[in-house]
Structures are given as C-alpha cells and as structure tokens.
Design a protein around this ligand. Structure first.
Ligand code: UPG
Length: 479
C-alpha cells in the first residue's frame, strides 16, 4: 500500500543480536502494535525463538521477519547472539551482522515503511533508509548519562572529541558542565578495548563510530530511561545531539514474558525461594555477555559464603570454553553453602526470580536492563560492573544513592571476598545501609511506574505519527 493512503504507521524494527536488545525492542514493538501500527520485527532465526510470544490479538500487526545470519570464517555455526561468542571476539559477530546490509536494504525497499527503529550496531541502515525516504529513529538501550559521556556524534565518527585513550575515558569529559564522578575506571576501559579484536585481523567498524553514525543519521533518538532519574544528563544529551531526544520510559519486561508460566525449572526455583524469609535473599547474576575469570569466580563465591546471607547465584556458561563453570568454583563451595545458597548454571527466569518476595537484593553487573528490573521491583543493588556501559551505570547509580559498588583495585579490577561480603551485608542488613534501602524502595515508584512508562512511550509514538504526517504533507506540497 502507498504510504500516503495509510491510516497507521508501518514500522521496521531491527535490534542488535543480543537478548538485552531484543527484549526492549520487542516491548516497544508490542506497544506500537497495540496502538494499531504495523510492525516488522527483524532478527535471525534463533533469536526470534527467544522473544516472548505474540498475543493472538496482535498477530496480524506484529510480524516477525527472519533473516539468516551470513556465515563468516571463525564464527561458530550456531552463533547468532552476543551471548554465543566470547566477549573478546564480538567483532566477528558484528562483521556477520554487517553483511546483512543488502538483504535489509532490499526489505526496506519492498516493504516501504514509514519509520525504521534501529539500534547502534546497524549504523549502515540509517543512510539506506534515508535514500528510500524512510524516517529513522535510533533506540538507545544505553541511558542518557552513558550517551552523554560518549559525547557529540560528529566527534565519535571522526575520533572522539575528548580523546579515545584509556586516560580520556577515565576522566569526566570536558563537555559535562556539572559536578559528577561518572567516568570509567582504567580496568574497565582495558576490557572494552580488548573486544574490538577480530580473529581474522580484518577491521570492523568500532562501536564508538557505530554510535556516532546512529545518532548523527537518525531523525530522532529514543532513550530507554526517564528524565526524572537523570535530568541533568537528558538536558546535556539534547544539547550534544541537536535533534529530538525522547525518553521512552524504562521499557521494563513483563514477568510472563521471560519464558512461560509454570515450567518444571521455575517450580523448583520457586519452591526454594518460598522457603526463605521475605527480602532475605541476594540474587546474583552478571548478564549475558561478561564472563568472570577463575579468580573473580573464586572471590565472589567466597564473598557470598562469608556474607552468611541466603543467595541465588546464576552462572552462565562461557561460550568457547571447554571447562564447565562448575569446575572453576572453589573446592567444596556448593556443598558448604547448600543450606542457604543455590547455584544455578545456565539461563534463569530473572524477572520472575526478582519478583519473588523473598528476594531483597541484587548483586548485578549493571547491564541497564538488569538495573531497570531490579529497581522496578525495589531490590537493593550491589554493583559489580564488568564490560560495556556497566562501569558508567555503576557510577551513576552510586551517585544517585541507589546502589553500592563493591570496592576494587582501580587498575586491574581485582576484588577480594571480604569486600564482596561487606558490601552485601551493608546493602542487605547492616544498619548503616538503611538509607540506601529506603532510597531504593522509593525508586520503585519511578522504575516500576507502568503508567508513567507507558505515557513516555505514547508520546514517542505520537511524535512518530505527527512527524510522518508533516513529512508527507511537505512532500505533497513540493510535487
Ligand atoms: O539467565 C538470564 C540472563 C539474562 N536474562 C535477561 O536478559 C537481559 C539481560 O540484559 P542486561 O541486564 O542489560 O545484561 P546484558 O545482556 O549483559 O546486556 C547488554 O546490553 C545492555 C543494554 O544495552 C547493556 O547495558 C549491557 O552492558 C550489555 O552487556 C535481562 O532482561 C535479564 O532479565 C534472563 O532473563 N536470564
């Protein structure tokens, strides 16, 4: 159908290949479909099996479109998402992703959408969409602080304005006009830089350039956050980006969306949680990309043991490692803690676990989705950032008084079991952690505020609609 004769929007949605991206992009897609807009949600076959079920009443509007990931040397055959490859070799996955460009461009040409809603990684599709007269939105799953920290788009494309050496990332950038301690630690930068390595030694567009192009070539930037939480950073971001910047709320997942109702695994987990006292358990999970070294695993395990508090620890399998993670735990650990600690290997229904009344705290890697889920349920956060934006998120959360960072060696990032145990006890039970706990409880009203989150989403969708209409009107006047 011609764009001009349509009542509602046709939107192509294309997230980066990572579960932490698929879920919030899907959340937005569902919301668009609920408003009567037609959505083409694009990913690779295996990724599409991981997203939540589409409610029957939306199935005619929300279409899943599958494109097989092109094969490239050294990328394992079944690797389709960031969790399937070791963090250091993610550049390979990006190269395979980049070779989807011709297929995606052809799809845009044949489907004639009004808008594309894209991620940072598909930096190449913004220009192709523009050539076809399709409007572009960049949906950022990084918060406003992180985007502002990275700086103006032009600087990212040509080489970051404030410099790109590890020291530059360890300082508050010159364009930040207010007092803050939000910056990376040296050990965090080293890990992030390590990731650009490509096993074939072929170059891949660096992430900073991808972010720059996504921001620079979009008509609007949508940010998974709210100005009530980080007003100063939203204000700054608007100035740095010089285009509409829309908060779209926290896009929190719905409990039912994380894998079904009463499967056997959940029943076992629930039984275990049911036996604990209210808000007594620390949930420990470090996302889908970071992998702990053996030393880190040991110190974390001993720290949990020394805290003497109940815990539920999710340990994901390391892609590319031939040694199971269970072999890396200290001797006798699982046996010693079995009365109060559960170690769970592989995927866990995180949102359902966090929703359980017996969970009081969340030791997290500070992935923005996990932070949103934890604060949306009023769980006190113990912060152990690993890679990506996580260091910046940890500083932001500490500065806002809603999380407690585990002390580490600034240069190599090492931490000891005593620091782990002390941080957990302070956050969960010590009297000196009371103000933190009170503040976190209040945050629930913001992060878990469904009505407010929906309002931001609605405003964004209205913007997409109105700007499309004025675009069509301008074009009609011109012809
Ligand atoms: O066993 C698991 C593991 C993860 N999840 C879910 O998967 C998502 C994970 O997202 P997130 O907490 O953001 O962690 P990562 O997957 O590590 O996220 C990547 O993407 C985020 C958004 O860009 C960034 O903030 C992170 O730094 C980056 O590593 C969350 O919704 C979790 O609830 C589960 O349900 N079960």
């Amino acid at each position: 159908m011609e764009r001009t004769s349509r009542e509602n929007l046709h939107v192509v949605v294309f997230p980066w290949l990572a579960i932490g991206h698929l879920i919030p992009f899907f959340h937005l897609s569902k919301h668009l479909a609920q408003k009567g807009h037609k959505v083409y949600f694009i990913s690779t076959p295996k990724n599409l099996t991981k997203i939540p079920k589409i409610p029957p009443h939306l199935s005619s509007l929300l279409n899943l479109v599958s494109f097989p990931l092109p094969q490239i040397p050294n990328l394992p055959l079944d690797a389709e998402s960031a969790a399937d490859v070791p963090f250091r070799t993610q550049a390979l996955l990006k190269r395979a992703f980049d070779s989807l460009e011709p297929a995606l461009a052809a799809f845009l040409e044949s489907s004639t959408p009004d808008w594309v809603i894209l991620d940072y990684a598909s930096h190449w599709l913004y220009r192709r969409a523009a050539e076809l007269g399709v409007s572009r939105a960049f949906l950022s799953l990084f918060n406003a602080a992180m985007l502002s920290f990275l700086g103006p788009p032009a600087g990212l494309i040509d080489g970051r304005d404030g410099g790109s050496s590890p020291e530059d990332f360890a300082a508050v950038p010159k364009w930040v006009p207010f007092e803050t301690g939000v910056a990376y630690r040296v050990h965090e930068i080293a890990k992030n830089l390590d990731r650009e390595i490509d096993l074939n030694n072929d170059s891949t567009t660096p992430d900073l350039v991808r972010f720059g192009l996504a921001a620079d070539e979009s008509d609007v930037v949508a940010v998974k956050s709210r100005p009530e939480f980080e007003p100063e950073w939203f204000g700054l971001l608007g100035e740095l980006y010089r285009r509409p910047v829309f908060p779209v709320g926290f896009l929190p997942p719905v409990v039912e969306d994380d894998g079904g109702g009463d499967d056997v695994e959940w029943v076992g987990i629930k039984d275990w949680l049911d036996e604990r006292e209210e808000e007594s358990v620390v949930y420990v999970a470090l996302g889908t990309e970071a992998t702990l070294t053996r030393d880190e695993l040991t110190e974390l395990a001993l720290g949990l043991e020394r805290s003497e508090l109940p815990f539920f620890w999710v340990i994901r399998n390391s892609p590319g490692s031939d040694q199971p993670e269970s072999d890396k735990l200290p001797d006798g650990f699982v046996e010693r803690v079995k009365d109060r600690g559960m170690v769970h290997f592989g995927w866990a229904p995180q949102v359902r676990i966090l929703s359980h009344d017996s969970v009081g705290g969340f030791l997290t890697h500070c992935g923005w989705n996990s932070v949103v889920e934890g604060l949306g349920l009023g769980r006190v956060l113990v912060l152990l950032p690993m890679v990506n934006d996580q260091g910046i998120n940890a500083r932001l959360l500490s500065e806002k008084g809603v999380g407690l960072e585990i002390p580490r060696n600034e240069l190599d990032g090492s931490f000891g079991s005593d620091s782990v145990a002390e941080s957990i006890r302070l956050a969960m039970v010590d009297e000196s952690g009371e103000s933190l706990r009170v503040k976190v409880k209040n945050m629930r009203n913001l992060f878990g505020d469904k009505e407010g989150n929906d309002r931001y989403l609605n405003e964004f969708i209205s913007f997409l609609k109105e700007s499309r209409m004025s675009f069509l009107k301008d074009n009609r006047t011109r012809t």
